[in-house]
Design a protein around this ligand. Structure first.
Ligand code: FPP
Length: 222
């Protein structure tokens, strides 16, 4: 959900205002994805590197997460959305962690779209975590090294049990993956959109999906 800061700057507003508008877009796009039958949606809300931002921006984001998670609990209920978090959420304040746990618990039995909110997420961190878990199992004799394969890695990531993403859309015109789903995106289609996230609309998403459906995916074959 990139471009919130630039969106605010263009309007002479503080960066946090861009995140507030970005959060509205998050809500609109999430509901739309659920309405049109998307089964899994992952949004990148806060990376392991985002802690480097000025303290006031980080604190504005934390406030926004709390507000939106509270709202999402009731809001996404009508849409049957299952809310999951990917990332090391132990770094957040205890009240935010409680909210995260409650959101996951209360939405777990729903049957609709799975929404993954990536918070304090970094793909390298995720791969290090998975490697440690696998190494521990090998050390304890629960797993033979010869049996380690791609499925072993996938099943130790935060996204275990979910399909790899078909499409990653990056708004704001940046041509980077920024530590997002590096393992999972091996054969993912990419669409870069110039619009800044707060300006991103359901029409933009429709256009991206049209382009995606015209792509010829070969997964390394011919
Ligand atoms: C990147 O834009 C955006 C973020 C680091 C925060 C995204 C978070 C939200 C939209 C809030 C969503 C709320 C929930 C509950 C998921 P940037 O600040 O890097 O923009 P810039 O590149 O223009 O500076």
């Amino acid at each position: 959900m990139d471009g919130n800061g630039r969106w605010a700057k263009k309007r002479g507003l503080p960066r946090s205002a861009g995140h507030t508008y970005g959060a509205q877009t998050f809500r609109t796009i999430t509901r739309y994805c659920s309405d049109i039958g998307i089964r899994y949606l992952t949004v990148y809300a806060f990376s392991t590197e985002n802690w480097k931002r000025p303290a006031e921006e980080v604190s504005a984001l934390m406030k926004l997460f709390k507000q939106y998670l509270n709202e999402a609990l009731t809001d996404f209920k009508d849409d049957s959305i299952v809310v999951r978090f990917i990332g090391d959420t132990s770094a957040f304040s205890s009240d935010l962690q409680e909210l995260i746990e409650r959101t996951e618990r209360e939405s777990a039995e729903r049957t609709g779209m799975v929404l993954n909110i990536a918070m304090n997420y970094g793909s390298r961190d995720e791969l290090v975590m998975a490697t440690k878990l696998i190494a521990e199992q090998a050390r304890d004799g629960k797993l033979s090294v010869d049996d380690i394969n791609a499925d072993t890695i996938s099943s130790h990531l935060y996204t275990a049990g979910q399909p790899d993403p078909d499409l990653i859309i990056r708004p704001s015109g940046e041509y980077r993956i920024s530590n997002f789903l590096l393992w999972q995106a091996a054969y993912t289609e990419f669409i870069i959109c110039d619009k800044l996230w707060p300006d991103y609309t359901t029409d933009d998403l429709d256009e991206a999906l049209r382009e995606f459906s015209s792509r010829n995916r070969r997964f390394g074959g011919v």
